[in-house]
Design a protein around this ligand. Sequence first.
Ligand code: F0G
Length: 353
Amino acid sequence: MLWQGLLKQYAKYLPINDNTPVLSLNEGNTPLVFLEKLSERLGIELHVKTEGANPTGSFKDRGMVMAVAKAKEEGSDTVICASTGNTSASAAAYAARAGMKSIIVIPDGKIAMGKLAQAVMYGAEIVAIQGNFDQALKMVKNISETEPITLVNSVNPYRLEGQKTAAFELCDQLGKAPDVLAIPVGNAGNISAYWKGFKEYHDLKQSGLPKMHGFEAEGAAAIVRNKIIEDPETIATAIRIGNPASWDKAVDAAKSSGGKIDEVTDEEILYAYKLLAREEGIFAEPASCASIAGVMKQVRSGVISKGSLVVAVLTGNGLKDPNIAIDSTNFKPIVLPNEEKVVYRHIRGVVPQ
Ligand code: F0G
């Protein structure tokens, strides 16, 4: 059957009725890719769920299609969200698709250029505040309580309903749940959604339950430290969050699955980011690579045992943040004169003879 997006594909598992508009940008159905070299290096079977293949380049589309469809069904004509970038890109796209307005509140100077470009193109009303994501979220929550606009951050339960479908897909692609699901944690909505999805699918299809291993960035590791971080900092701007909204749900997912919420350093994230691109041909944004960095750390320490079947979620596309790619590799183009002989000589120096 031709793929027609999540609301059609998973209608019976989602809060959909006759009045729910069938909104779609053909989201979902993202590849599960086996990582041959990394698996061998780590002594595990490692696959990645490449959520950057979604229409706006991140997993947010799964939740946003559901949340915006419900907002439209309920008669709303405007959605609002705080965002480190991906949520805003997705909200703006689905609002445009549904003929609605979108308002996004972002931390000034702290969102990746690709994400900002998307919000601009999709026609969002963009407000940049001199504050961080946590402060932006507090604002939009309050505003949505007094104004007739719908909040589409992951505190909106329809977001997690949509996002849980990734767990369904993954079980179908693998034939069962993995031993370990490794996932980046920012506002903690996605880990909560996956856990809900795995449990529901297991109840229906006995697909099994993975251990849920979530990874925060060290400079924003509120759950790991068990305290709110007032000034979170990390190069992985997507997960630069110091007071995750779904904190309790994430702790429950880790605890009841026998998993763990852990942290990784910016250095570990960047190492995984480059390794993934150079050795496996997969370009995922830095926050995504917290999952790979986490798997590498936990295989080293023995938390993940050799031979385990592991799926790491790559939450966003590498093209979202072109600046970090150039800056973190110190790339400088070699500029040569427009002369074939000179170019030939240079290439001969590069190519092994
Ligand atoms: N990875 C990426 C690429 C993200 O954009 C986010 C969150 C996460 C991981 C963490 O997911 O919040 O459900 O734990 N980005 C949000 C945003 C906060 O505004 O785009 P989470």
